[in-house]
Write a protein that binds this ligand. Structure first.
Ligand code: G6P
Ligand code: MG
Length: 217
């Protein structure tokens, strides 16, 4: 059977979640807003614009649209500075074996990310060619937990939502997959991602028996 495997990017394929955190932390610190790793969970999977709003809400900061635009540019410049030397070594453990297994078994593979920086990251890490479709922050108007990004990805792969499997490290992304009626697989802490249908600490825990079961189901 041919299923559609949809991967989130940040925190699933590459360990960029830590860079997003550091870049937002710099903005938050400059505004004297307390911004912990726990707060950061709320930002995972969430668009850049919405993330800034969440941080400003945390600090009860009101400001102009112009000022917000400046902070958004500043955050992205800081974030991009961490990506300059990025290469395949930043691909998270276990990801390549899973991608290879899916390719060998002729499965469809898509990216479903909120990031506008997704393509350069796939290029830098050398894995662009694995993807039959790429849907990123430039293609969607509704941020996760809205299922738009995954629904577009499934459509491009020619698979129905019920034949699609989503790998996600964010609460918002797991919720989006569930709302889309797709199989949700949480990657990370299962006490945070408890809404996912399956959960793995990271990809090294996903064996081929599990993958072949997903394909045959
Ligand atoms: C991903 C990350 C978020 C990030 C969003 C937008 O979903 O998990 O932390 O804010 O993408 O990314 P961008 O690279 O466009 O700022
Ligand atoms: Mg993510």
């Amino acid at each position: 059977k041919k299923k559609g495997f949809i991967f989130d990017l940040d925190g699933v394929i590459v360990d960029t979640a830590k860079y997003h955190y550091l870049a937002w932390k710099k903005i938050a610190d400059s505004l004297n807003i307390e911004f912990t790793h726990e707060h950061n969970e709320l930002l995972k999977g969430v668009s850049r614009v919405r993330s800034l709003d969440i941080i400003l809400e945390l600090g009860d900061v009101q400001t102009t649209q112009e000022q917000k635009e400046l902070w958004l540019v500043q955050k992205n410049e800081e974030y991009l500075s961490y990506l300059v030397d990025m290469d395949e070594s930043e691909i998270l453990p276990g990801v390549l074996p899973v991608l290879n297994y899916l390719k060998e078994n002729k499965q469809f593979i898509a990216l479903g990310s909120a990031s506008k920086n997704a393509r350069p990251i796939l290029e830098k890490t050398g894995i662009l060619s694995y993807f039959d479709a790429i849907v990123d922050g430039n293609d969607v108007s509704n941020a996760k937990p809205d299922p738009e990004v995954f629904l577009i990805a499934a459509k491009l792969l020619n698979t129905s939502p019920s034949e699609a499997i989503v790998f996600e490290d964010s609460v918002a992304g797991v919720q989006a997959a569930n709302i889309a009626n797709m199989t949700s697989i949480g990657i990370g802490d299962d006490t945070i991602l408890y809404e996912a249908q399956h959960n793995f600490k990271d990809f090294t825990f996903i064996g081929t028996p599990f993958l072949s079961e997903l394909i045959e189901k």
